[in-house]
Design a protein around this ligand. Structure first.
Ligand code: CIR
Length: 256
């Protein structure tokens, strides 16, 4: 099987996407242009793209990451913490059921894929405003069947775990200490985000090691470059305005 990336188009209603803080002005046309650059980055790195149709009734639907978690050979369909986003799972279910066995997170569990960070044989799951204990326990049960360990990580001052901690490679993470306890990741080499860029620095590392980084965090980018990384710059300002990082726009199924 080739590596597959599932993405979803940007509806006009994306201007009304959920946000934690003050309502931003989102330029939907610009978001579409940025989305196209993002999908080109995936295609250039060998991913076959599955583009789900956007849905005007689901303003946050481009943030597909929150609707599914791939655990090697099984796909877990989530139950997003924001009720307004639960309808997004249906289209993802349709795409994934054609590819692999699926499992579901069920009530009262809530889980957003943005809270799930896979590092080696460990699945770190953010205990956040969107993901609750029951959701983590359900995911841990499914992960254990595949021989994976699950570690819950309290997350503060940010929407999802993956906005606070990102995988750079098998040994290294990019981490915002103001959002998670860095001691939980003491087994990894940690590159810290520059504090004032904690909410802006976002990276996406692909299965082949290629990396994309946001353009909005130049000081953290310098740190990455000094540490030997050479990310492709991807402008995702309109998605960041809606609290989304770079990982959130795709569900990646890497070929074994
Ligand atoms: C939300 O509030 O759910 C969306 N506006 C942002 C979701 C971003 N998801 C992610 O980073 N995984």
């Amino acid at each position: 099987m080739r590596s597959i990336a599932i993405v979803r188009g940007v509806p006009d209603s994306f201007a009304d996407a959920l946000v934690i803080g003050e309502t931003p002005t989102i330029d939907v046309d610009r978001a579409r242009e940025q989305h196209a650059v993002y999908t080109e980055f995936l295609a250039a790195n060998g991913y076959e793209l599955t583009m789900l149709e956007s849905d005007e009734a689901l303003p946050d639907c481009p943030f597909v990451e929150d609707t599914a978690v791939i655990l090697d050979t099984v796909a877990v369909l989530t139950r997003p913490g924001a009720e307004a986003r639960r309808g997004e799972v249906r289209a993802m279910a349709g795409a994934l059921e054609a590819l692999m066995p699926t499992r579901n997170i069920t009530r009262p569990g809530t889980l957003d894929g943005g809270d799930v960070l896979r590092l080696g044989r460990t699945v770190y799951v953010g205990l956040s405003a969107r993901t609750n204990r029951d959701g983590i326990n359900q995911l841990a049960g499914i992960a254990a069947q595949g021989g994976l360990e699950t570690v819950a990580v309290p997350v503060g001052d940010v929407l999802h775990l993956k906005s606070a901690v990102a995988r750079l490679d098998e040994e290294t993470v990019l981490l915002a200490p103001s959002c998670v306890d860095r001691n939980l990741f003491s087994g990894y080499r940690i590159i810290e985000k520059v504090p004032e860029e904690a909410h802006l620095a976002s990276v996406l590392t692909l299965g082949n090691g290629s990396m994309a980084a946001t353009t909005t965090a130049p000081q953290t980018l310098d740190r990455l470059r000094h540490s030997g990384y050479d990310p492709v710059l991807v402008d995702s300002s309109e998605f960041q305005a809606a609290d989304g990082g770079l990982t959130c726009l795709s569900v990646l199924i890497d070929s074994p």
